[in-house]
Design a protein around this ligand. Structure first.
Ligand code: NAD
Length: 422
């Protein structure tokens, strides 16, 4: 079977990626060969991982590693542990990683990995053996100069530490750059934990400036009070933004005069992560508050056709991955509500992963303030580049600008490699 490029290859295109590219080709000139190059990933690998359980039995977990595009550099992307992980989800996330790395102009391609497992059902030992099994299986296709995994849903610094150790045992070499999101003691970067939120704050400042808005005049609602949402609430509060609402999976709190975020932290986490200050609201109510900026920072598919008409925000900053469905995104564009897309807004995390990899490669470790200064510069530049692309077209949305810039950058790299003509 030959694909559109004329080469032998798999016939399975990534449906989400294909639909996104078709939408992009309505506003940007892309040839059939350009499109064919990006409709499917460069490499898909999958394996059933046998893992010895504590009771002596062996359980088998389906797993994936998908390297979408490596024209701009080694592929990069997290590994997720979740019962719903499948090939099409990993395809989609790998594609978005390729675009995200291009948007912030770091020299990486995009990848993603996953294991179909409910990690809550695993003991610590089982989780370690699963993490080591994953790396033992994929050691030949990952590496500091080829494909660099990172944490994602339900994986964190401890899983990264086991994975790095397993890779080093497999290869017999010290190789901290094979994985990012490691504990500081094993070559992690200072500032990584709060980096996604720090980058989001830089992007919101820059966006506000384009509108002539002062942070102190802006009411902001944040959905999600985990790693991203809680650090972001702190950064924005320190900057003078009025954070009027925050929430977690159980519900949220609201204060029209602005929440005292340090006080929210003081009372938080005492009883099943319930908030003990402010007026109690539901997540649905939070999403439709009358605010200047709505920030979904929890999970995907939160702004949908069932609630988008009720939104009363002036703008949306997507800190979660994929919080707006495609049709709701089109609705917001039609109604003149700007959406700063995830592939820009939350790219501070992968940018700092890149800094971690640079530190591992050079064996020189940076202070937190150096990491944050470099991150601020990188995010600010990415924002300005996108702003320019947005202004260059009629009525381009921020998401269209981000896609245009990212896809052009990947295709230009393919062109210089001689893989397509442009
Ligand atoms: P997290 O697990 O630390 O926090 C998630 C938060 O969302 C929690 O407060 C949880 O209670 C809340 N939540 C869960 N389900 C909810 C629901 N149905 N309604 C409302 N709130 C709900 O996760 P995180 O690391 O903060 O990531 C949040 C989002 O940001 C995810 O989409 C993630 O992919 C994305 N992201 C994270 C990073 C990072 O560096 N952590 C980087 C890029 C993107």
């Amino acid at each position: 079977m030959r694909n559109d490029l004329g080469y032998r290859g798999t016939d399975t295109v990534c449906e989400f990626c294909s639909a996104e590219l078709d939408r992009l080709s309505e506003v940007e000139l892309l040839t059939d060969r350009d499109l064919a190059m990006l409709r499917q990933p460069r490499r898909r690998v999958n394996a059933n991982l046998p893992v010895r359980m504590d009771d002596g039995s062996v359980a088998v977990f389906p797993s994936f590693r998908i390297q979408y595009n490596s024209a701009r550099g080694p592929t990069k992307g997290g590994i997720r542990y979740h019962p719903d992980v499948d090939e099409s989800e990993v395809d989609q996330l790998a594609f978005l990683m390729a675009l995200k790395c291009a948007v912030v102009d770091i020299p990486f391609g995009g990848a993603k990995g996953g294991v179909q497992v409910d990690p809550n059902g695993l003991s610590v030992g089982e989780r370690e053996r699963l993490s080591r099994a994953y790396i033992a299986e994929y050691a030949d296709v990952i590496g500091p100069e080829t494909d660099i995994p990172a944490p994602d849903v339900n994986t964190g610094p401890q899983v990264m530490a086991w994975m790095m150790d397993e890779y080093e045992q497999q290869t017999g070499e010290h190789a901290p750059g094979v994985i990012t999101g490691k504990p500081l003691e094993l070559g992690g970067s200072r500032g990584r934990t709060s980096a996604t939120s720090f980058g989001g704050r830089v992007i919101l400042d820059a966006f506000a400036e384009t509108r002539g808005w002062e942070p102190t005049d802006l009411d902001v609602a944040i959905q999600g009070f985990g790693n991203v949402g809680s650090y972001l609430a702190t950064f924005l509060h320190e900057r003078g933004y009025n954070v009027v609402a925050v929430s977690n999976a159980q519900g949220g709190i609201y204060d029209a005069d602005g929440l005292d975020i340090p006080a929210v932290f003081d009372g938080y986490g005492t009883e099943d992560d319930l908030f003990v200050t402010g007026e109690q609201i539901t997540n649905d109510e939070l999403l439709t508050l009358d605010v200047d900026v709505l920030i979904p920072a929890a999970i995907e598919d939160q702004i949908t056709m069932s609630n988008v008409a009720d939104l009363r925000t002036e703008a949306v900053l997507e800190m979660a991955n994929g919080p707006t469905t495609t049709d709701a995104d089109a609705y917001l564009a039609d109604h003149g509500i700007p959406v700063i897309p995830d592939i820009l807004a939350n790219a501070g995390g992968v940018t700092t992963s890149y800094f971690e990899w640079v530190q591992n490669s050079s064996n020189e470790y940076w202070s937190k303030s150096k990491v944050q200064n470099k991150l601020e510069e990188q995010m600010q530049t990415a924002f300005e580049d996108l702003h320019e692309v947005k202004q260059a077209g009629d009525d381009r949305s921020w998401r269209q600008a981000a896609y245009i810039r990212a896809v052009d950058s990947v295709l230009d790299a393919e062109k210089f490699r001689g893989n397509i003509s442009r």
